[in-house]
Design a binder for this molecule. Structure first.
Ligand code: MN
Length: 211
């Protein structure tokens, strides 16, 4: 049975300083992300046991746990790759063009994503996602790791807005964290993801009129 595993970071814990402290990166990756990896594997195993015993009394709880932990694993794996030392700036090429077309340009997109992160009720994420039905980029709030999601959408950039992502360094001043992170976005990574997802075809005939 395939198992979820904790991916190594492609850079040192302290490589994103001063924007994200090394201590936060270490705890966030080694403790928080690992807990989601373990949780996803445990829920998968418990579902297999339930199938073997034909005992599905806890299936709703198990599938909720599976969605929560697996989504936490996916989002954190994506977040680490979305970040890089000595990065930031603005995207270029096809991604920049699509942001201009769908979100009114980089500054408007930056403001929209930052506000999405700032206004999440409880724990969650802000994301830039590809919506393959209308074939456009959208920003979205993700509650916890898996709720408030538009089906079919693929996140290509995610911003962790859980308190564990910033509190040790920024305290209650989450706005400063959501501004600092723009110095370490890895636009090369996000642009490559965009190139992959933009050809996704959900084969939903008649579901959109692109004019
Ligand atoms: Mn997190």
């Amino acid at each position: 049975m395939p198992k979820y595993t904790l991916p190594d970071l492609a850079y040192d814990y302290a490589a994103l300083e001063p924007h994200v402290s090394g201590k936060i990166m270490q705890l966030h990756h080694d403790k928080h992300h690992l807990a989601y990896v373990n949780g996803a594997n445990t829920a998968t195993e418990q579902l297999a046991e339930a199938r073997e015993k034909n005992d599905f009394a806890k299936i709703a709880a198990l599938e909720k746990a599976l969605a929560f932990h697996t989504s936490g694993h996916v989002l954190h794996s994506l977040f680490w790759q979305n970040l890089a030392p000595k990065a930031g700036g603005e995207p270029t090429g096809a991604l920049a063009e699509q942001i201009k077309q769908d979100l009114g340009g980089f500054n408007a997109f930056k403001s929209q994503l930052t506000h999405a992160a700032m206004t999440i009720m409880g724990s969650g994420w802000a994301a830039l996602a590809w919506e393959p039905v209308a074939q456009r980029l959208v920003t979205t709030q993700i509650y916890d790791h898996q709720s408030n999601i538009t089906q079919g959408g693929i996140p290509i950039l995610v911003l962790d807005a859980w308190e564990h992502a910033f509190y040790l360094q920024y305290g209650p001043d989450k706005k400063s964290f959501f501004e600092a992170v723009w110095n370490v976005w890895n636009w090369l990574d996000v642009g490559q993801r965009f190139e992959k997802v933009r050809t996704l075809d959900l084969s939903l005939r008649g579901a959109t009129d692109r004019g």
